[in-house]
Design a protein around this ligand. Sequence first.
Ligand SMILES: Nc1ncnc2c1ncn2[C@@H]1O[C@H](COP(=O)(O)OP(=O)(O)O)[C@@H](O)[C@H]1O
Ligand SMILES: [Mg+2]
Length: 304
Amino acid sequence: MILAKNITKEYGEQIAVNNLSLDIPQGQFFGLLGPNGSGKTTTIHMLSTLIRPTSGSISVNGIDVQKGPQTVRKSIGLVFQESALDRTLSIEENLYFCAGLHNISKKSAGPRVNELLELFELQSKKNATVGNLSGGMRRAVDIIRGVLHAPKVLFLDEPTVGLDLPSRRRIWRFIKQLIDEQQLTVVLTTHYLEEAAPCDNVAFIKEGSLVSEGAPEKLIDQLGKTIIEVNGSDTNALIERLKLKKYEYMIEGGVLLIRIKDYETNKLDVIQSTLRDEADAISVRKSNLNDVFLWLSSNDHGLK
Ligand SMILES: Nc1ncnc2c1ncn2[C@@H]1O[C@H](COP(=O)(O)OP(=O)(O)O)[C@@H](O)[C@H]1O
Ligand SMILES: [Mg+2]
């Protein structure tokens, strides 16, 4: 559905995206992940015809974005961080206005509007003024607006930034439903890496370049399923104490992280009994995509 070949975007000296290639099949839930400033928005803007790559080529649904941007625009929906809604209008007024922009009459948009309001549990709020909605509800309306014209691809750029955890979870549930029920291809960016766990495939970018790509479970398996976190005032002493050479560890934000392949109780016991005196706290948790990225980005401890 989306094929990007060696795309680069330069802003003067600054290379925002560097020789990136992506191949996203129809119906895939794809996550483009990376820290702030890594080039996610620039990539989405290129894929969605809003800016031109400095070099490289992109096709969406078989159409070259440079040759047929208008055609491509009809088949895509965009939800960006800044809301595209009119806060003085109601939910329904916003959606019918948006339908009008796509040349869809109010009459023919009606069933689709109702179906989406139902899906997002907003039917009872349809007359509420958008400015009075919670951040999470407003985001939901933005997403409905993005898919109103039944696009084949939906681009979501950091859709959950600024939302509290329950609202974020709801938004994710809605997006999963859209994918399952409407066979959408979804390209999501987020810097909350662990949020991308439901994606079919993710690509990590750092400073504009691809660092790694694959299914989240596969990447997490490669890393090791369990992380032991050790807090202590002197991490070097902890490392010494443990003679950590046998373990794969790194230090992040003053916390010692040890990755182990699985829930290997004997390793856990050894680590816990060895560090009991030096450590302030030892905890065990499942590893997530954030850990994968930390390890991938760390120069000393690559993942291979
Ligand atoms: N219009 C622009 N002019 C100059 N530099 C830009 C422009 N847009 C983005 N950049 C730079 O490109 C890099 C990537 O930005 P962006 O794609 O917004 O990252 P992300 O979305 O991952 O936070 C950043 O260093 C940013 O400052
Ligand atoms: Mg961005």
